[in-house]
Design a protein around this ligand. Structure first.
Ligand code: MEV
Length: 426
């Protein structure tokens, strides 16, 4: 088959795309089947994952094209029900190639565990005592998970915060920071918090109430940047300058208005979540972390930044917490997730986060570019029309025929789709 660069992946049939993956990637037949849903997660496996299982729930999975992250070409599996997202990411990744692709980095995989310490007569004094015993607590924590320590992870820091005002009065919060290596880390953190609690109670004389990780994983940030030459941005009647400035104006709206910022960040999460889900990671954790981080300054704002570079290019930047793993949990149990991780060629959780944050930035660019120029509906319309045609009962070639008519008529409605279907069948 032709090389991917020359080939328009979206023009292949479903079967051809599977065949293409078989030829071009290192995935085995059964891994491709797991990824594409021909095999994958079985109801019997699901029964071992959750309670009261009755089966499995499927989502479309597609492969975003054109991504270069830190100089490496990557296949990006995305599990998502929304049309236009995978196409948008692929198109922006293609534009990004002219500036070298995406450049991403991550912090060490540090997760924070919290212990809420109540019933202390003198919280300020208890805080000092805890800090005095910091080294002791950390070495105790290191004994909890020797395998993690062998892999180079383990406890790193301890911090004690005094919450002065709360509905139940003042109390202390102990933070333990753990390097969780390639795991998402929830189990390691929660275990450490639970195991340290008696010692913390002995030191403070208080009662350790909650013992749980924080999803505001701001010690585990991922960041990506992209730079697009201004001429690459031009299309149809829009000049590159118009597109660039329109994107910066759209971003400015999100920085200043939480109503817009929520939608702006939702667009970022379209890309982030799709990869997080495809790789079997906890997307609720990533969502919670992203939005809490977006509000860290006291006002909810944009996670990304867009500006005009020295040579007139469009520069973009995204930074957010990304607690994702390549080992443990569903990443190792779900056959499709395992295949997705292999497809991406990532060795570590940090590699994975670097790709995910790049996809988030690409997705944000796709949304802002559309919003700042032709509007979002045009791109959405064709795919949406196909869904409407299928919902109206069309099959095979009729789906595209009806979808095209609906778009031409600018009337993407199921009643109209049914009428056209009847007409075409007759
Ligand atoms: C739709 O899923 C996402 C957008 O609303 C994002 C945005 O407005 O930036 C298009």
């Amino acid at each position: 088959m032709e090389s991917l660069d020359k080939l328009r992946f979206y023009e292949l049939t479903l079967q051809e795309r599977g065949e293409y993956l078989r030829q071009e990637t290192g995935l085995t037949e059964s891994e491709i089947d797991a990824l594409t849903g021909l095999s994958g997660l079985t109801p019997a496996a699901a029964d071992k994952m959750v309670e009261n299982a009755v089966g499995v729930y499927a989502l479309p999975i597609g492969i975003a094209q054109n991504f270069i992250v830190n100089g490496r070409k990557v296949w990006v599996p995305m599990a998502i029900e929304e049309p236009s997202v995978i196409a948008g990411a692929s198109y922006m990744a293609r534009l990004a190639r002219s500036g070298g692709g995406f450049f991403a980095s991550t912090d060490e995989p540090y997760m924070i565990g919290q212990m809420q310490i109540l019933d202390i007569a003198d919280p300020a004094n208890a805080r000092v005592k805890l800090l005095e015993h910091g080294a002791e607590l950390l070495s105790e924590a290191a004994k909890i998970d020797p395998i993690l320590s062998e892999l180079g992870g383990g406890p790193r820091e301890l911090d004690v915060r005094l919450i002065e005002n709360s509905p139940i009065g003042p109390f202390l919060v102990l933070h333990i920071v753990l390097d969780v290596r390639d795991a998402m880390g929830a189990n390691a953190i929660n275990t450490a918090c639970e195991r340290l609690a008696p010692q913390v109670e002995a030191i403070t004389g208080g009662r350790v109430h909650l013992k749980i990780l924080s999803n505001l994983a701001d010690r585990r940030l991922a960041r990506a940047r992209v730079s697009i030459p201004v001429n690459e941005l031009a299309f149809d009647e829009f000049s590159g300058e118009q597109v660039r400035d329109g994107i910066i104006e759209a971003w400015a709206f999100a920085t200043a208005d939480p109503y817009r910022a929520a939608t702006h960040n939702k667009g970022i999460m379209n890309g982030v979540d799709a990869v997080v889900i495809a790789t079997g990671n906890d997307w609720r954790a990533v969502e919670a972390g992203a939005h809490a981080y977006a509000a860290r300054g006291g006002t909810y704002t944009s996670l990304s930044t867009w500006s005009k570079g020295a040579d007139g290019e469009l520069d973009g930047w995204l930074e957010m917490p990304l607690a994702v793993g390549t080992i443990g949990g569903a990443t190792r149990v779900h056959p499709g997730a395992k295949a997705a991780i292999k497809l991406m060629g990532v060795q570590t959780a940090r590699d994975l986060a670097e790709i995910i944050v790049s996809v988030g930035l690409a997705q944000n660019l796709a949304a802002l570019r559309a919003l700042a120029t032709e509007g979002i509906q045009r791109g959405h319309m064709t795919l949406h029309a196909r869904q409407v045609a299928a919902a109206a009962g069309a099959e095979g070639g009729l789906i595209d025929a009806i979808a095209n008519r609906l778009v031409q008529e600018k009337n993407v409605r199921i009643d109209r789709a049914k009428e056209i279907l009847k007409e075409l069948k007759n």
